[in-house]
Design a protein around this ligand. Sequence first.
Ligand SMILES: NC(=O)c1ccc[n+]([C@@H]2O[C@H](COP(=O)([O-])OP(=O)(O)OC[C@H]3O[C@@H](n4cnc5c(N)ncnc54)[C@H](OP(=O)(O)O)[C@@H]3O)[C@@H](O)[C@H]2O)c1
Length: 228
Amino acid sequence: MTTVLITGANRGIGLELARQYVAEGAEVIACCRTPSSADALKELAAASGNRVRIMQLDVADETSIAALKGQLDDQPIDILINNAGISGLSADRIDAEGWMTTLRVNALGPMLISQALHESLKRSKEKKLVALTSIMGSTSTATGGRYAYRASKAALNNGMRGLSREWACDGILVGLLNPGWVQTEMVSGQTAYISAGECARELIRRIAELTPATSGVFQDYRGVVIRW
Ligand SMILES: NC(=O)c1ccc[n+]([C@@H]2O[C@H](COP(=O)([O-])OP(=O)(O)OC[C@H]3O[C@@H](n4cnc5c(N)ncnc54)[C@H](OP(=O)(O)O)[C@@H]3O)[C@@H](O)[C@H]2O)c1
């Protein structure tokens, strides 16, 4: 059975990915900051026949990442999806704290988690590491605004691109996927053009199609290549 670990799985795109992987028959390790209030995940777990394990993870907290690693004890993870993220809107004012928090959650967190679960990926059959990035991480198409968010996703892109090269010798493939403009709390009040369900369906296809040729390539949810 395929084992998929998803960060920020309690709502938005992460929750939809969890739902659809469960529907495909996968085992899902659904990570979230506050399991006690993750009602949608609990419902999914109850209906899944023991195929959803809800685990606590704050991606900005190294102690929490270490605890997750300890509990998983290097069990094989076929697909690790770094989905958790924040929009960092307040950082438009270029305040130091806002920037550091946005970088910590969106860029450093996925790198630390990938490092912590490297052995789990190596031991799995599929060996796929995925990060949800954003078109806003593209430097060549940057229009200004949302500076901290853009910088965090550009840093994430660079880090994941590096891992795709360095870990290729372990057979690990890296998916660097922009989900599109998706109707979730992150963009509430704006007219996003794709539902979380539709987005998750396409992301799962792209992850299934990953090859050494597309590993470390910046792509959108339809597989269209994005300029760095
Ligand atoms: N929606 C879009 O149009 C869009 C576009 C481009 C990229 N993305 C990217 O797609 C990913 C998912 O976004 P979304 O639209 O589903 O956003 P969302 O609805 O706001 O969900 C964000 C998720 O991340 C979690 N999270 C935030 N900080 C965390 C932390 N420190 N530790 C653990 N989990 C944390 C949230 O958990 P809590 O409930 O605990 O806050 C929530 O589960 C993000 O990386 C985002 O940057 C989204």
